[in-house]
Design a protein around this ligand. Sequence first.
Ligand code: NOJ
Length: 566
Amino acid sequence: MIDDLWYKNGVIYCLSVGTYMDANGDGVGDFKGLLRRLDYLHGLGITAIWLMPFQPSPGRDDGYDITDYYGVDPRYGTLGDFVEFTHGCKQRGLRVIIDLVVNHTSDQHHWFREARRSKDSFYRDWYVWSDKRPANANTGMVFPGVQKSTWSRDKEAGAWYFHRFYDFQPDLNTSNPHVQAEILKIMGFWIQLGVSGFRMDAVPFIIATKGANVRKPVEQYDMLRAFREFLQWRQGNAIILAEANVLPKTDMEYFGRDGDRMHMMFNFHVNQHLFYALASADSRPLAKSLAATKPRPATAQWGLFLRNHDELDLGRLTKAQRNAVFKAFGPDKDMQLYDRGIRRRLAPMLGGDRRRLELAYSLMCTLPGTPVIRYGDELGMGDNLELPERNCARTPMQWSTEPHAGFTEGDRPCLPLIDKGPYGYEHVNAAKQRRDPNSMLNWTERIVRMRKEVPEVGWGDFRVIATRDPAVLVIRYDWRNNSVLFVHNLDERPREIAFAVGLPGDAGKLLVNLLSEDHSRANKRGRHRLLLEGYGYRWYRIGGLDYLLKRSDIDSDTSGKAAQPA
Ligand code: NOJ
């Protein structure tokens, strides 16, 4: 039962085939290259790989503009290569989830080409049209500053079409039953080829009512149930991970009160407050965001992330909070994007400070949910702000000190490798970090292993424990009579804190440190006193005397010293 719901206690790793590993030397990463790197990923200990779009596409939005849902872009390989890849994953016990981009197609998709040709085309109603320019054409842009409107006129069609994103991404009319059936067919196709689910792009827009007369779009939540139902018929353990940056009050609509809609959703609300906590050393808004997103069905799960391939969207913070994050992590205009976010990678945002990187990763791994790692973050990769918009944080993976970081043997990588400064591939690369026991890579590997060994985080119930110090977040999980507790000091200065672990029965129990030998015993009043170094963190199992006694029995300790907890 527990293992059936693999996503509840997994670790997901997101990558883009085109920038991961190039096997044929044409400068573009491909499935053959990725296949060669599966042992690296397996070694990292992840549970599932999330592949960003790899279907045929003009590539004007990094593949989120698809021209054929049933193929592989020839730059990345063939369907045959894809199946070799999913087979390789299966052999290693790795699951694969893929992006499902069905809010819109590319304007080059044959459906749209047919649709624009004539009002009588079968595909006309697959998109959203208006004879006149709708009054609200200049509202609702997702990429303000870059995208001018949400309606554009198509000369050939002699009509206006709706596009929530760029003008080359016409929205599908998702209310049309033919479109709905096609979406299921796409899911069925990839399921058959070995994937374990989908990261569904732009979910609130997929389910919203669309049209020239729609003033306030209404979400058609029943569609989510239909997607899930179909998926479960085809393959019981397949999941949908929804990209839905929505207010906490609608979370349950997305998960479904009976747990019959989305299996997972990214927790954008916690993501933004987490960055505020890192910027301000104040854990209180983060704790509030955890409370606000607490309700969810038992089988549902949050996807917890730090940075992804888009900008860090700070739109849900107050103005003062947002400014604090900008000031700390993206003070220059060219680090910011779309009037709401920061486009940098994690390591440069945190000044490359190893203590802060570990703190951030440790938080991601111990807040309620399933961590989602972005490729390269396990090395502390940097960004290239000379590249436009979000491309700055999408540069190719840095494998070694060989030319182009070992990403390609060709001389024209699809995006330039970072070859200057502290994040240049001479310094930051997988080969070097593999050899260094103290590297970020080896640290990440250990923390991933440890995270999987505390299923309480994935499955349990949590509570934030008061410490009287806003700079320190203490969170406890309970599940099946097991308990774990995590402590994080958000401040650069050392802090001394005192706290009780929460339940009266636990007062005398030892806190067994899972990452070092530094365990904590409560004082007579049942309180633990900890001295935390700046940005320090602790992972404890609430183990206790029983545990020690059992161990000393087994070890038949003759030395007189207490047995050490494992
Ligand atoms: C969300 C994706 O994460 C983003 O990269 C893309 O541009 C939009 N959806 C449109 O598909």
